[in-house]
Write a protein that binds this ligand. Structure first.
Ligand code: GAL
Length: 361
């Protein structure tokens, strides 16, 4: 319930005076003193992480802290997103945490929260001009740099001379996609000066895997198949590129990047069809966000924050950023060891032998 600091102070006082006795009147269920956090996840299609990892770890973190949390998913609809924001605010959340679908609807949801005196956190994606109180994510430019350096390593290992590169960028409405591109393009620009060739790029609306197949095919056809390396911004898009490459007998011959260390992405790496992914330990991100929400609910001012610039609002948003890690075939095992994916999920029949080769059992 939205009782904020006063509730905490009262609980502290009652506890310290030893007044928590059986004779105290009990509050009816659902109106206890627990702070409440509402979380809106974006969809299930753009990446599996939102339902398989973020929901799980956020719930775990809030449960461990004794915080009531309602975690909902907008299923790709901005209309849903705003309805869910209204519902959560009406239900009395103290904190609203969102992963926006785009900055416009994200900002509208954050405004609703502000109007109701609810504190706000942008989770994973910064809402441009959204005015969130805080932002919790990974260093997303670094994610892009790892992808760029990963593609360079894969092409150099294969000994490809002056490779021709295409980008399959993330959603144009996702600020992360902008930051990822900034990271990989900066790294690859150095190579373009040395003779590598930037061929073309497409941005994929809503990170949609089906549209990505079409968009990659367009590039493939337009350039007569003259593509030596694919910078795909996440595993969903990487898989789309691999599908087209496979249809042309080129899977495994043209390196493809990814992100999210999804089970499918890791399997593509074990199979040699994808050259790398970026592992973001979502447990750390979720726990950092939960910790921040808990501090806010207690009326504390969170410490040890960095800032991320919102270029539209020209504002530095207090932020917590976790560190991403590059994953190639030889360290897929690290993702398993970290508990992000299980051996049973990864090493299904088709991948059992490859898992063994990679030392995963
Ligand atoms: C990004 C996120 C990635 C990926 C993508 C698709 O914002 O940082 O991890 O999941 O969205 O949803």
């Amino acid at each position: 319930m939205r009782k904020g600091v006063i509730t905490f102070a009262a609980v502290g006082l009652v506890a310290s005076l030893g007044l928590v006795a059986c004779s105290q009147p009990q509050e009816p269920e659902g109106t206890d003193d627990k702070p409440k956090v509402g979380v809106i996840l974006p969809d299930q299609a753009s990446a599996v992480r939102w339902e398989t990892a973020d929901r799980r770890y956020l719930k775990e973190a809030f449960d461990a802290a004794g915080i009531e949390a309602e975690i909902v998913n907008a299923q790709g609809s901005t209309e849903n997103f705003l309805t869910l924001a209204d519902q959560l605010i009406t239900s009395g959340v103290d904190i609203l945490m969102i992963v926006n679908l785009d900055s416009g609807s994200g900002a509208a949801a954050l405004q609703k929260a502000r109007n109701a005196g609810v504190k706000t956190i942008d989770y994973d994606r910064l809402t441009l001009n959204g005015g969130a109180d805080y932002y919790v994510s990974f260093d997303n430019v670094e994610v892009g740099r790892l992808q760029g350096r990963g593609l360079i390593k894969c092409l150099e290992d294969m000994g490809v001379q002056n490779p021709r590169i295409v980008y399959l960028n993330g959603s144009p409405t996702d600020n992360n996609a902008t930051l990822f591109r900034e990271g990989y393009d900066t790294v690859l620009q150095d190579k373009y000066k040395e003779g590598w060739v930037f061929v073309d790029e497409r941005s994929v609306p809503d990170w949609d895997g089906t549209q990505a197949v079409t968009l990659f095919e367009q590039m493939y056809t337009a350039h007569g198949g003259g593509i030596d390396g694919v910078l795909a911004a996440n595993d969903t898009l990487g898989n789309s590129a691999i599908t087209v490459l496979r249809n042309n007998g080129l899977n495994g011959k043209v390196p493809v990047t990814g992100q999210d260390a999804s089970t499918a992405g890791l399997q593509n790496i074990l199979a040699g069809d994808q050259c790398m992914t970026v592992y973001k330990a979502i447990k750390k991100e979720a726990y950092a966000a939960a910790e921040l929400a808990i501090a806010l609910a207690k009326g504390e001012t969170p410490a040890n924050l960095t800032t991320v610039h919102d270029p539209e609002a020209n504002r530095d948003v207090p932020s917590r950023l976790e560190k991403p890690v590059a994953i190639f075939k030889d360290n897929v095992k690290d993702v398993v060891d970290d508990g992000f994916v299980t051996v049973a999920e990864l090493c299904t029949a088709d991948f059992a032998a490859l898992c063994e080769e990679a030392g995963i059992s």
